[in-house]
Design a protein around this ligand. Structure first.
Ligand SMILES: [Zn+2]
Length: 73
């Protein structure tokens, strides 16, 4: 039975990790051309119309965005 709960725990953990990956990990500002990690304080202050979501860091860089100096994505 212990193994069963361990397995369920692993599945829940993996699902949560997968959901985090699917959510926007990086957020770009179309106005400043900088990108941030999703929980950077600048993201909350950003005008929603300037917000650009990226799944990966490479995606942001290829779009011409530069990493934020505060959150250092
Ligand atoms: Zn930032």
């Amino acid at each position: 039975m212990k193994k069963f709960f361990a397995a369920v725990g692993t599945i829940i953990f993996m699902t949560a990790t997968f959901a985090t990956v699917l959510a926007a990990n990086y957020v770009g500002n179309a106005n400043s051309k900088k990108f941030h990690v999703g929980n950077c304080s600048f993201v909350g202050k950003m005008n929603p119309k300037n917000r650009v979501d990226f799944q990966t860091r490479d995606e942001a860089i290829q779009a011409g965005y530069v990493p934020c100096k505060r959150c250092n994505p």
